[in-house]
Design a protein around this ligand. Structure first.
Ligand SMILES: [Mg+2]
Length: 355
C-alpha cells in the first residue's frame, strides 16, 4: 500500500457549555480532519484540534504543516511514510493526525484491528473522568454535584492562578462529594510557593493527584513539589515526547505522566511512551485535548491495550459535545464507561461518524 492522496478539511462540533481552563476558554471543538487514500483504495482518517495555548498550533498552522509534508509522503509505502513524518520538524498535533491515519492503514494492511494491533485483550469497560471547567466556586461545586449525580465519579477539576479560590473549590467539592475521585489540574497556573501552600491547605482531603501545578519547563519546582507531598504529582505540559518523559522520570520530577496523542505526535509515539512506562512502572493518564471523534477513538484503543499502566483515562471530549453520542466510532459510551461495541471487528480510527 502506498499513499496516493492526502486531503484536509475543518470540522466543528458545538459544546454543551463553554470549556474553560487556566489557559483558554472555548465554545466549540474545532479540528482538522485529514483523509489518507492509498493506491488500493483503502482510506483512513486522522484529526488534530487547534490548541494554540498548548502545542502552539491553530487550524491554519495544522493544515499548512500537513501541506508542507504532503509531497514527500505521496507515493511512499506506509512504514516509510511514518518514518519520514517523524523526522520532519513540525507541530505535534499535525503530526498526530497524519500518524494516526498512517497507523490505521498499517493495521488494515495486516488484516488486524487497532485493538489487536496494540495487543488489547481485556475489553471490560474503562472509566473516563469528566472535566469540571474553571469557574466561580459555586458554579464549580454545582457542576461537580450534577456530574456526580449523573454517574460521573471521577472529576477532573480545572483550577486557576487564584490559589484561595483553588483551595476553596477543592474543599467544597471534597466535603460535598466524599466518594468522588478528585483529579486536580492547575494547567501550569501556580508557582512553587502557591503549590506548596495548596498542598498544605488540602491536607487530609481525598485529592487523588495534582496535575502540572507549575509552568512546563520549571522541572526543578515540579520535583520539589513531588517530594513535598504524598499526593501523586502528574506531569502534563512538561512531557510531550518520550525524551521529555525520560527526563522527568530519571530526575524524579513527577510521580505520573499524562500522555496525549497531540503532544507526542500520534499513536506510534504514544505506544513508545506507554511501552517505556510499562517497563519502568510509571503510572500514566491517557489524556486528550478537546478533540473530535476519530482521535478520541484512537486514544480509546490505547486504553484497552495499556490498562496496566494507564491509571486514569481523561477522554471525555464526546461527553462535552452539545449532543452527547451513544457511541463514537466502534466504542459505546454509557455515562463515564467506554467499551468496544464489537472487539473482534473494530476499526476505531477509520470511522469519523458520531452516533
Ligand atoms: Mg492537564
Amino acid at each position: 500500500m502506498k499513499i496516493k492522496n492526502i486531503q484536509t478539511n475543518i470540522e466543528k462540533i458545538p459544546l454543551r457549555t463553554p470549556f474553560a481552563t487556566a489557559l483558554r476558554r472555548v465554545e466549540n471543538v474545532e479540528f482538522v480532519r485529514v483523509k489518507l487514500t492509498c493506491n488500493n483504495g483503502a482510506t483512513a482518517y486522522g484529526e488534530a484540534p487547534a490548541t494554540k495555548a498548548i502545542t502552539g498550533e491553530d487550524l491554519e498552522s495544522i493544515i499548512s504543516s500537513i501541506e508542507s509534508i504532503k509531497e514527500k509522503l505521496l507515493g511512499l509505502p506506509l512504514l516509510e511514510a511514518l518514518e519520514s513524518l517523524h523526522v520532519k520538524a513540525m507541530g505535534s498535533s499535525a503530526k498526530a493526525a497524519l500518524d494516526m491515519a498512517i497507523v490505521a492503514l498499517m493495521v488494515e494492511q495486516k488484516g488486524e484491528t487497532l485493538l489487536q494491533y496494540f495487543g488489547a485483550k481485556d475489553f471490560s469497560c474503562v472509566k473516563t473522568d469528566v472535566t469540571i471547567s474553571l469557574n466561580d466556586a459555586d458554579t464549580m461545586l454545582q457542576d461537580a454535584q450534577t456530574a456526580y449525580n449523573n454517574g460521573f465519579d471521577i472529576l477532573k477539576v480545572k483550577l486557576g492562578s487564584d490559589i484561595n479560590h483553588a483551595v476553596d473549590v477543592t474543599k467544597a467539592i471534597a466535603k460535598k462529594l466524599p466518594h468522588s475521585q478528585l483529579l486536580i489540574d492547575a494547567n501550569q497556573a501556580w508557582n512553587l510557593e502557591t503549590s506548596l501552600y495548596y498542598i498544605e491547605a488540602v491536607k487530609g482531603l481525598h485529592v487523588s493527584l495534582i496535575e502540572q501545578p507549575v509552568i512546563a519547563d520549571d522541572l526543578e519546582s515540579l520535583k520539589i513539589i513531588s517530594h513535598s507531598t504524598e499526593i501523586p504529582i502528574l506531569a502534563d505540559e512538561a512531557v510531550f515526547t518520550l525524551e521529555d518523559v525520560k527526563k522527568v522520570y530519571e530526575n524524579g520530577c513527577a510521580d505520573m505522566i499524562n500522555i496525549k496523542l497531540m503532544k507526542c505526535g500520534g499513536l506510534s509515539r504514544a505506544k513508545e511512551i506507554l511501552e517505556f512506562a510499562r517497563e519502568k512502572n510509571i503510572g500514566c493518564m491517557l489524556g486528550s485535548m478537546l478533540e473530535g471523534p476519530v482521535s478520541i477513538c484512537a486514544a480509546y484503543a490505547l486504553c484497552f491495550a495499556y490498562r496496566d499502566v494507564i491509571k486514569y483515562v481523561d477522554l471525555d471530549s464526546p461527553l462535552l459535545y452539545k449532543e452527547v453520542p451513544d457511541f463514537v466510532g466502534g466504542f459505546a459510551i454509557n455515562r463515564n464507561q467506554i467499551k468496544p461495541i464489537n472487539p473482534a471487528n473494530i476499526e476505531a480510527s477509520k470511522i469519523p461518524t458520531l452516533a
